[in-house]
Design a protein around this ligand. Structure first.
Ligand code: FE
Length: 198
């Protein structure tokens, strides 16, 4: 009964990743310490909590919001966020008239600096195709129903431009602190496939 399978609890994907990593290290293409540092960074420090701070600030400070929509990269850098895959940020505002949704039809371009690493579904072929062909269908898949007369704009990310959706501030949050507001800004609401969750 005992076979090779018994020796590992790794999924097939984990095994593939390990094999690839070993090869890259053995060939001298990557430094294991540098790779560990990068993984730790994206596990603990860079994630949707960064984007949530940007959104909450924009909700509380109209001057900041104006700067954010004028020059996303600079306004996001004001809060200390930037770097890899966050060099050319464009913030798009949801309004009662327009709902914004972000996709990368070619691959998986994503604003790492404010959202961390992309979820698996964002990189999937069905999402990439359907987001363009049937954005309202995608929203329905995510449980989001918008008023019929709200237009849905879909933004195709590229290596050049990464988008951050600034959702509408929910009703009933008047007087909330920036921290409390940031806590209700979900990752999906900043991709446009969700709404803030008060
Ligand atoms: Fe891409």
């Amino acid at each position: 009964m005992s076979g090779h399978d018994d020796h590992s609890h790794l999924s097939e994907m984990d095994v593939r990743v390990r094999a690839l990593q070993s090869l890259l290290v053995a060939k001298g293409y990557v430094d294991p310490a540098a790779m560990d540092e990068l993984v730790t960074l994206y596990e603990h420090e860079v994630g949707p909590q960064n984007g949530a701070r940007v959104v909450a600030r924009a909700w509380c400070d109209p001057d900041y919001a104006a700067r954010l929509f004028e020059d996303g990269t600079a306004a996001i850098a004001e809060l200390g966020f930037g770097g890899r895959q966050g060099e050319h940020m464009v913030a798009v505002a949801n309004t009662p008239e327009v709902h914004n949704m972000v996709v990368c039809t070619l691959c998986s371009c994503y604003p790492w600096a404010v959202l961390g690493l992309p979820p698996v579904w964002y990189k999937s072929a069905p999402y990439r195709a359907k987001a363009v062909a049937d954005p309202r269908g995608v929203l329905a898949d995510f449980g989001v129903a918008l008023p019929q007369d709200t237009r849905v704009d879909v933004w195709d990310s590229t290596a050049e431009i990464r988008y951050l959706v600034v959702p509408m501030r929910p009703e009933g949050t008047k007087g909330w602190s920036e921290d409390a507001l940031a806590a209700i800004v979900t990752r999906d609401s900043m991709i446009g496939t969700g709404l803030p969750q008060p």
